[in-house]
Design a binder for this molecule. Sequence first.
Ligand code: ADP
Length: 299
Amino acid sequence: MLSDKELIEQLHAKLNELKSSQKLIERQQDELKLVNEKLAESEALKSHFISNITNEIINPFASILGLSKNIIAAKDSDIIKIKSMAELIHSEAFELDFQLKNIFTAAKIEAGEACPDYVKTDINLLLASIISAYKYKAEQKQLKINFSFELDKKLTETIYFSTDPEKLKLILSNLLSNSIKYSNAANKIEVKGWIDNNKLNVAVKDRGIGIDKKNLEIIFDRFKRLDSSINSINPGHGLGLSVTKALLDLLEGKIDIVSKRNLGSVFTISIPQVEGANTEDYAMDGNEFIFGDSDNEIF
Ligand code: ADP
């Protein structure tokens, strides 16, 4: 038989147990609420993304079809008009190709199917070809792209670096595309590459709208876009930097940002060289040189 005192003590203990499990339930309810809110936010972002990409795929296709039809119907003497229509077709197809590459890469990453494919790559040529590909877009905003590659004294003229060139290309295309999108017109963009400690570093600097400190982390979130007034005139769906970050993780690289609102941003990537890459040289696909084929013309 328990004494009254013991009974009261046991009741107190039970009451305390009950109170702490109630607290636990409350905490779990709060966490559940947070997860639900995040889920709702991600659902909203996803449905916005779907309607957004539908426009971004259908609209360029419509103009490519319309423009190519006009070219077919044009007279031979209209060569200037034909050329400018061909340039517009290229520009639309270029943007479409870029957006689709981001979408398919994001899908591969999500499915856990993305893995690096290392090749000995002529890094100077790779960088120059990416910049050349964006020259037309930059010119549309009267932007000048300066490119420099600092050679390590020990290296010969051609800089071979073992990495995954396709992934590196998509990473740098995203950074360069953003630097053009978020630059004010008639300004300068600088791309600087260097190798140090067996690491390839590339910095892309713009003098554009810049990013607030509080937003420096969230820009890597999938579908996240900042300034809606500026972004309503710029193509994109907030996928580029999340893909960039995931690809850098795959290559064991990292990214660093220095940015100031209304002054501009510098995005710097750094990736280590890998051992045991395929020794065959990486071959460019050649499409990059449509708008100019000499280095002087590019820079
Ligand atoms: P997108 O450019 O398609 O919107 P990203 O994932 O590439 O998507 O970038 C996410 C957001 O980060 C952009 O919407 C933009 O608000 C901001 N951002 C990215 N790069 C820059 C930059 N160079 N300057 C200013 N803002 C940038």
